[in-house]
Design a protein around this ligand. Structure first.
Ligand SMILES: CC(C)(COP(=O)(O)OP(=O)(O)OC[C@H]1O[C@@H](n2cnc3c(N)ncnc32)[C@H](O)[C@@H]1OP(=O)(O)O)[C@@H](O)C(=O)NCCC(=O)NCCS
Length: 401
């Protein structure tokens, strides 16, 4: 193959980039929306568009997005890899693989700790060293399934849009999201796209002048008087009592909305408390009460395992030796933070690939699950030790990119 050159995209490239984008993503998006994707994407920065050029002709594009990803009280600098597209005449020649490698090298050079992406096919990225994070669930429920006892107490107000300044909404989100795993710190464009969405409904809960939680949802129907359903954008609350209250506020839409759909982390406990969530559907002979689907989450690749182990937050306290490929690391976890040193030779009783470590320490996958998949080389006692260090919330983000 003739030599590929990678460079930042410029304004003069946008027509050609949109042409390739149209061939790669032939959905109904307008040309203007496609231009915006290259000119001002959420999480973008001046050099975020990467073009692959061969003999002066652009043959592929990618976005290299700068993000901060929540990991139990810490924000980790990561790169989001997005919008990979290759011109039809250049496919099957390694262009996409080299584009991904180029974005990874740039990310590592600026000190980002991992790359994260939503795969069109997991197999393509698995070959490039990416591991799947834990799965998501989409739960569909009739509003009447929410326990009425979950309603907010009389000390807590529930208000509509305009009731709360944007700064308070964003501060609340940042505080809640940072304690989770996988949530992204939103930039101004991400927030603006939410505020500008005229169909998005907002519910706010608080006490006095303090905001304690909010929920968003998008009702839709095909024509006036037709059945109305709604996709929940998010429920964000400082404590479970408020989160339950916001679920109850969704339940109170029962006279209009016949069904809500909400994406939740694999370990979200609240859907388990719904009563007859599938009351608007029927089962089959072999599956009586399905009320959701399992969806693959994003994939990730560690760029600097030692630095990442030292930066993320932890719930447990422990010391552990890990052999990751040819590297041997000693991790000490105290008071929620990790310290990493080089292990003594032969000290590690646990050996795992960089992919397995990525799934474990950023992907929210349990050591027990990796062990069952044959991805850990160790005995059952070490599996328990790994889970006591790394187990925490499952990976989940409400910001696909
Ligand atoms: C997917 C795409 C980016 C691949 O570009 P490319 O330059 O042809 O990719 P590469 O040459 O680096 O790699 C091709 C390899 O990936 C594999 N591959 C391509 N599409 C695949 C798919 N949908 N599922 C699994 N593997 C796939 C090919 O089989 C090939 O493997 P081989 O080398 O063993 O034959 C290109 O086909 C494209 O632009 N598609 C439409 C847009 C898209 O889906 N983008 C990805 C969004 S994340």
């Amino acid at each position: 193959m003739q030599e590929l050159v990678f460079r930042p995209g410029t304004a003069a490239d946008v027509d050609r980039l949109v042409e390739i984008h149209l061939s790669a993503y032939p959905d109904p998006r307008s040309l203007a929306a496609r231009r915006r994707r290259f000119e001002s994407p959420p999480f973008g920065h001046p050099d975020c568009v990467v073009v692959a050029e061969r003999q002066g002709i652009i043959v592929g594009h990618a976005l290299s997005l700068r993000m901060e990803l929540a990991a139990l009280g810490q924000w980790l600098p990561v790169t989001g890899v997005a919008t990979i597209g290759v011109a039809p005449e250049a496919r099957g020649q390694g262009v996409a693989s080299l584009l991904v490698r180029h974005v990874e090298a740039q990310a590592a050079a600026r000190g980002d700790l991992a790359c994260v992406l939503y795969p069109f096919r997991q197999g393509f990225y698995a070959r490039l060293g990416y591991a799947p994070a834990s799965a998501y669930k989409r739960v569909g429920f009739v509003p009447g399934a929410v326990p009425r006892g979950w309603a907010l107490g009389s000390d807590t107000w529930l208000r509509g849009p305009g009731a709360v300044p944007h700064t308070q909404i964003e501060a609340l989100y940042d505080g809640v999201a940072q304690q989770r795993l996988g949530a992204l710190r939103r930039d101004a464009l991400s927030w603006q796209s939410r505020y500008a969405d005229e169909r998005l409904q907002w519910l706010f809960a608080g006490v006095g002048d303090r905001l304690l939680g909010y929920a968003t949802f998008s009702p839709e129907n095909d024509e006036p008087h037709a059945r109305t359903t709604a996709l929940v954008g998010e429920i964000c609350a400082v404590e479970p009592r408020i989160e339950r209250g916001l679920w109850a506020a969704l339940g109170a839409q029962r006279s209009q909305i016949t069904r809500f759909d909400i994406d939740v982390a694999d370990d979200d406990p609240l859907p388990l408390a719904l009563t007859d969530p599938d009351a608007d559907r029927h089962g089959t002979a072999t599956l009586e009460h399905a009320y959701g689907v399992v969806c693959t989450g994003p994939m990730l690749k560690l760029l600097n395992p030692a630095a990442l182990l030292a930066r993320r937050g932890y719930l447990g306290e422990r010391e552990i030796d890990l052999a990751i490929g040819a590297d041997a690391l000693h991790l000490t976890v105290r008071e929620g933070r990790g310290t990493v040193t080089v292990s003594a030779p032969g000290a590690a009783a646990i050996s795992l690939s960089s992919e397995a470590l990525g799934a474990l320490c950023v992907g929210g996958v349990r050591a027990q699950e990796l062990w069952a998949q044959g991805a850990l080389s160790c005995g059952p006692a070490e599996v328990g030790a790994l889970d006591s260090v790394f187990a925490g919330p499952r990976y989940f983000s409400r910001d696909p990119f």
